[in-house]
Design a protein around this ligand. Structure first.
Ligand code: CTP
Ligand code: MG
Length: 262
């Protein structure tokens, strides 16, 4: 057996060569305030199955992902662990993917950091995937992993925008008219999704260095001065944020069931 490291661009390792191992961190510790009262968002049902279970399955479905670290609500790690045990395959497995559960923090950023801290050695690529994007197709996951394997330190799935976006001077009182300051050229804007993929060392450095509040992990890597690249996102990777998104998610699941039936 050769000791040569696997070239990062190899999609399938040659027999006997070590693969670049990939783990996914799933921040699932949010309350889901915008979804309205109820259980933490990640634990709410979609098609009768908790959103988090869909998200774990979506990661485990990728042959590249061999470990999923679920970041649970701070006081709910035990509950999440038994919930996941209930939904695992017979024998308690998720195919070839291991699942770990750790408690999260006050902000998404803190939760991701706690997930990264729990990541064992031996995983050189890390995906960060919102539990709130339960329906991401496996092809999107694989495209992100492949772009990191090809050498990008940070990769985000992205889609063009349907709406024109205005920059405003935010009003002091919500609902008051707000002056428009600028209209960015829509053709140069993208809406980004998850999973976002990273060279592990880069993401760890970003989380150790950047202390500003951010809404995604890739922007922390941008702050390090590194180039983040996009790959095509998918409309089914939308984030469940407000009640109407649940209606859309149920419709997507119904369409999948119908397509699987034929
Ligand atoms: N998240 C987390 N820890 C937090 C806050 C958010 O792990 N302290 C996770 C959420 O569980 C979710 C993802 O980050 O999977 C994206 O966040 P968002 O969609 O904003 O979810 P919530 O914060 O739960 O929703 P809201 O902002 O409406 O309360
Ligand atoms: Mg939030």
């Amino acid at each position: 057996m050769s000791d040569d490291p696997l070239p990062p661009s190899s999609p399938t390792p040659a027999p006997g060569r070590p693969a670049v191992r990939t783990a996914a961190v799933i921040p699932a510790a949010g309350r889901g305030v915008r979804l309205g009262p109820g259980a933490p968002k990640a634990l709410r049902a979609l098609g009768g199955t908790p959103m988090l279970v869909h998200a774990v399955r979506a990661m485990a479905e990728s042959r590249a992902v061999s470990l999923v670290v679920v970041v649970a609500p701070p006081d709910g790690a035990g509950e999440v662990k038994s919930l996941l045990d209930t939904h695992a395959l017979p024998g308690g497995s998720w195919g070839n993917t291991d699942v770990l559960v750790v408690p999260g923090g006050e902000s998404r950023q803190e939760s991701v950091k706690l997930g990264l801290d729990a990541l064992p050695e031996g995983y050189d690529i890390v995906l960060v995937h919102d539990a709130a994007r339960p329906l991401v197709p496996v092809d999107t996951v694989d495209a992100v992993v492949e772009a990191v394997r090809d050498g990008a330190p940070a990769v985000v799935p992205a889609l063009p925008l349907a709406d024109t976006v205005k920059q405003v001077e935010p009003a002091a009182t919500p609902g008051e008219p707000e002056p428009v300051v600028a209209t960015p050229d829509r053709s140069r804007l993208r809406a980004v999704q998850t999973p976002q993929g990273f060279d592990r060392a880069t993401l760890v450095r970003a989380h150790a260095t950047v202390t500003d509040d951010v809404t995604d992990d890739a922007s922390m890597v941008e702050q390090l001065g590194l180039t983040v690249v996009t790959v095509p996102g998918h409309e089914e990777a939308f984030k469940v944020t407000r009640p109407l998104d649940l209606v859309l998610a149920e419709a997507v699941l119904a369409r999948r069931r119908l397509n699987d039936g034929f």
